[in-house]
Design a protein around this ligand. Structure first.
Ligand code: UDP
Length: 478
């Protein structure tokens, strides 16, 4: 890449330190480094240690661009004995205080070393960063890691432009938001559903918008072709520029063929590629519920029995933390299950997901519909079955079935579980019927459009260029 100017801007990229937020922001960091910017990626000491541990001995290619990204750590303020706390308010308050203080120290140090920070790209969940940025006179970019539809929904609720209840206090059956299809309550992000609107996570998601007006840029991990109406409808409110899908380049635009792995894994990936290599094209069902959801023992059993009954090969990610004591040690069940299905399936604790989704043997994806997994499924041209858990997943799942038409939502029984028969029947619908072919055809169209957005001159590529040029202009003026 050619130099964009004499003075090299220095962008600090700061995701909330969980997998689903670090991945897109690290990919964004790589795109900046490849365009000749200095980039520092911020994470916590604890997470940095996990990244190093998970990366050791990894077999998938990590781009050399990663070596050009400086990683700096800050403190989350948690003492070892409260690492596992579920007190969301406490975790966020401490991070705001101690994380904020240590972030200031990092910026001071970088500036004093002559590596003056030109811009901070911060995760929308870290609404306290713009105040720190303005202390140092640095412009900030608000980075949205979910869909633009969800951005619009939260914003309309935050401002009170849309309410879940009508004037009489009755919960509305239908929610209407400009640019979005009609939503029913169950299509809303879980934190907005009436039973949840008093919780700490509700306050947290609403709080994201409290300092947005201080941000110079608002960037989102989506692409125009995917959410045109949603994006345009926000233009008159708080416009968002799309810079995604932010995925390893080798599987999308191909600009950096070495970039096959984000490089931020928090779990060590098991080797499943050799196993996939032994399978015929489009025959494997890939099953994963992301990095946060912990499925109940009952749900794991229903999925296991549905997979087995489908008779299709499967690759299933079950993280070690799915398997805690409070989950009644599901490993006892899994042990027997794995013995019975030894010729049918493989279970790993973690995998290089984009490499798996792009593998020719994989025929479909059973997903919880985290936004990254959703984008990854669309960008790989794979049909999906959705088993949602919480957060924005119900909204993504509705879009998958009703708007993008690449998958099927699985029905939950009265106890909230997706039953084994539903799993078996739905896998067969996708793998064995014309309906499955149609879903795959639609997904392949999205794959083409996702790539088009990220190649040179594509909608997201142009937005990234535009952001960089504006950062450079400000750096030169400063
Ligand atoms: N992921 C992965 N290997 C796995 C499971 C997940 O690399 O075995 C990645 C996946 O590709 C995605 C991220 O972890 O980029 C999970 O983010 P998502 O938004 O899908 O879900 P979350 O974890 O935030 O619920």
């Amino acid at each position: 890449m050619g130099s964009l100017g004499q003075q090299k801007p220095h962008v600090v990229v700061f995701p909330y330190p969980v997998q689903g937020h670090m991945n897109p922001l690290m990919e964004f960091a790589k795109r900046l480094v490849c365009r000749n910017l200095h980039v520092t990626f911020i994470t916590t000491e604890r997470v940095r240690e996990r990244m190093i541990k998970a990366q050791s001995g990894a077999t998938v290619h990590v781009t050399s661009a990663l070596q050009d990204i400086r990683i700096e750590t800050i403190s989350d303020g948690l003492s070892p004995d409260c690492e596992q706390t579920k007190d969301v308010d406490m975790v966020f308050d401490l991070f705001r205080k101690v994380g904020g203080l240590t972030l200031e120290q990092v910026i001071e140090r970088l500036n004093s070393q002559g590596d003056t920070v030109s811009c901070i790209v911060y995760d929308s969940l870290l609404e306290w960063v713009p105040d720190i940025a303005s202390k140092f006179n640095i412009p900030s970019a608000f980075f949205w890691t979910q869909s633009c539809a969800v951005y619009s929904i939260y914003y309309h609720f935050y401002t009170g432009m849309v309410k879940a209840k009508d004037e009489a206090g009755n919960v509305r059956d239908v929610i209407e938001i400009p640019g979005l299809p009609q939503l029913c309550q169950s299509d809303l992000p879980s934190f907005l559903q009436p039973s949840n609107t008093n919780g700490p996570l509700f306050r947290l998601v609403m709080n994201q918008f409290s300092t947005i007006s201080q941000a110079t840029w608002i960037l989102g991990n989506s692409f125009d072709e995917l959410e045109m109406a949603e994006i345009q409808s926000m233009d008159s409110l708080i416009p968002i520029r799309t810079v995604g899908p932010l995925l390893p380049s080798a599987f999308l635009d191909g600009n950096d063929p070495q970039d096959q792995e984000v490089g931020t894994n928090l779990w060590k990936a098991g080797n499943c590629i050799d196993w996939l290599n032994t399978k015929e094209a489009s025959t494997v069902v890939y099953v994963s519920f992301g990095s946060l959801a912990v499925l109940s023992k009952e749900q794991i059993i229903e999925i296991a029995l549905g997979l087995k009954a489908s008779r299709h090969s499967f690759l299933w990610v079950i993280r070690p933390d799915d398997n805690k004591e409070e989950n009644n040690n599901v490993d006892e069940f899994l042990e027997g299950f794995l013995e019975e299905t030894v010729y049918q399936g493989l279970v790993v604790s973690w995998c290089p997901q984009m490499a798996v989704l792009s593998h020719p043997s994989v025929g479909m994806f059973v997903t919880h519909c985290g936004w990254n997994s959703t984008l990854e499924s669309l960008s790989s041209g794979l049909p999906v079955l959705t088993i949602t858990q919480w957060s924005d997943q119900p909204t993504n799942s509705m879009y998958i079935e009703e708007v993008w038409k690449t998958g099927i939502r699985l029905n939950k029984l009265g106890d909230g579980l997706v039953g084994r028969d539903e799993v078996e029947k739905s896998i067969k619908r996708v793998m064995e019927s014309d309906e499955g072919l149609e879903l795959r055809k639609n997904a392949l169209q999205w794959k083409i459009l996702a790539k088009k957005a990220m190649v040179k001159g594509g909608s997201s590529d142009k937005n990234i260029d535009c952001f960089i040029h504006e950062v450079i202009a400000r750096t030169t003026l400063a």
